[in-house]
Design a protein around this ligand. Structure first.
Ligand code: NAD
Length: 451
């Protein structure tokens, strides 16, 4: 079966691809399995050198990769360049980490107790469509650094950057079979990877709904899983915050990537005493977000990924009066305007992950109320706290059940810091040295010194 890949900003086809089925998935796993013994035996310094070469090739081809990603996802080109920059940093970081992820010696009577960090074998990496190359690199780089081989399954809608990366992997000198990219349906090849007895682990990023299926499917073979799932993060604005800065930054915390971001701060919690002042400024700042052609250097927000997704996003605001609704181009493309609604935490738009450019502004009374509302969600991925009171910032950061928080900023992702969720946002950590734990097993070996 062929797969037609569209440019979401024009609705025009940009590629026709053959889709893999179960048989091709099995072949990819077999190739990865065959490549594993030699890859895990590569000397650490050599494995690091190969990853560093790949990082260099990503840098060299940065503009090409950014254009592929921008066309396929509808991302503004400036943002796509930043993402590709991160991809090369990720490979550089894990090249440097290859020989810094080591075991311990533990006091034990009668000998020496040692631990080793062993690779798992073949890992299945399943990636969503919102940050295709970035998220692929977060999984691939630590997996390879530890000595695993991989089958990488990009999302059906956005396979093009992963396919190009696979070519650069070979150009870097990483042997055939170490990285295998499989283009196909999640319900077919994704599920096959989850069930395959020769796949030791699934690194999954996607919706909580599919994450549940992955976890269930993995149970049969006691497969390891890392699940990076959905979110409904809070951007908490206290009355003592720098309101100008908080309001100027808030649009990008939810409308970036057209809201198709698991870390989107789509619940904007504002203390009642400054609610009106903040809302005015937030609306003003949102009015200035530049929506349009992703290839234009100054564009800040592009279209949604598909017609089907646009329909889903629209269902959250149908019949709900909005405080602001922006403008979108009239040309073809899956456009959706920046939308701000005033809500309580009980509204559907505040409870479910919209995954589009829709912000729900919710008032709160005091610190305890803010924490209660922030935590009143099944998700726990990300969030922000805006206050000038340092003690409060730390108190609230400790009290919010989420994996990644920022104070007086809206960033979630850094190459060197752990990233992942609490509650139904998943478990396991990507990025930083923590990611290496998810792609290795600890082995304990006791060596007797007696006799
Ligand atoms: P999705 O769950 O529909 O698909 C994710 C991937 O899983 C795709 O590659 C898809 O083909 C595959 N898949 C689908 N069905 C499968 C099955 N039965 N078995 C195995 N694989 C299957 O998600 P999406 O729509 O591509 O992405 C959006 C979602 O991803 C949002 O919920 C978002 O919050 C989440 N996300 C989370 C993070 C994070 O790090 N927490 C990052 C980005 C996106």
């Amino acid at each position: 079966m062929t797969l037609t890949v569209l440019n979401p900003a024009t609705e025009e086809p940009i590629a026709e691809l053959e889709q893999a089925g179960v048989e091709e998935a099995d072949e990819a796993v077999a190739r990865a399995r065959a490549a594993y013994p030699a890859w895990r035996a590569v000397a650490p310094a050599d494995r690091a050198r190969l990853l560093r070469r790949l990082a260099g090739l990503v840098e060299e081809h940065a503009e090409e990769l950014a254009r592929i990603e921008s066309e396929n996802v509808g991302k503004p080109i400036a943002g796509a360049r930043g993402e590709v920059g991160m991809v090369s940093q990720v490979f550089h970081f894990y090249a440097g980490a290859v020989d810094k992820h080591f075991g311990e010696t533990i006091p034990a009577a009668g000998g020496a107790a040692l631990t080793f960090r062993e690779p798992l074998g073949v890992v299945g990496l399943i990636v969503p469509w919102n940050f295709p190359l970035n998220i692929a690199s977060w999984k691939l780089a630590p997996a390879l650094a530890v000595g695993n081989t991989a089958v990488l399954k990009p999302a059906e809608l956005t396979p093009l950057s992963a396919m190009r990366l696979a070519e650069l992997v070979l150009e870097a000198g990483i042997p055939e079979g170490v990285v295998n990219v499989l283009v196909g349906k999640g319900s077919v090849v994704g599920q096959r990877l989850v069930e395959h007895p020769d796949v030791a682990k699934i690194g999954f990023t996607g919706s909580t709904e599919v994450g549940r299926l992955v976890m269930k499917g993995a149970a049969e073979t006691i497969k390891r899983v890392t699940l990076e799932l959905g979110g409904k993060s809070a951007n908490v604005i206290f009355e003592d915050a720098d309101l100008e800065r908080a309001a100027a930054a808030a649009p990008y915390a939810v409308f970036d990537n057209a809201g198709q971001d698991c870390c989107a701060r789509s619940r904007v919690l504002v203390q009642k005493s400054v609610y009106d002042r903040f809302l005015d400024r937030f609306v003003d700042a949102t009015r200035r977000v530049k929506v349009g052609d992703p290839a234009d250097e100054s564009t800040e927000m592009g279209p949604l990924i598909s017609a089907e997704h646009r329909e889903k996003v629209g269902s959250y605001v149908d019949g709900v009066s909005s405080a602001f609704r922006g403008e979108v181009p009239e040309s073809a493309g899956f456009w959706f305007p920046c939308t701000i609604v005033e809500a309580t935490n009980d509204y559907r738009v505040a409870r479910e992950e919209v995954f589009g450019p829709v912000a729900a502004v919710i008032p709160f009374e005091d610190e305890a109320d803010a924490i209660r509302i922030a935590n009143d969600t099944p998700y726990g991925l990300s969030g922000s706290i805006w206050t000038r009171d340092g003690a409060r910032a730390l108190r609230v950061a400790r009290a919010i059940d989420a994996g990644v928080l920022s104070v007086n900023a809206n960033t979630s992702v850094r190459v060197q810091t752990p990233f992942g969720g609490f509650k139904q946002s998943g478990f396991g950590r990507e990025l930083g040295m923590h990611a290496l734990d998810g792609y290795s097993e600890v082995k304990s070996v006791f060596v007797s010194t007696e006799g």
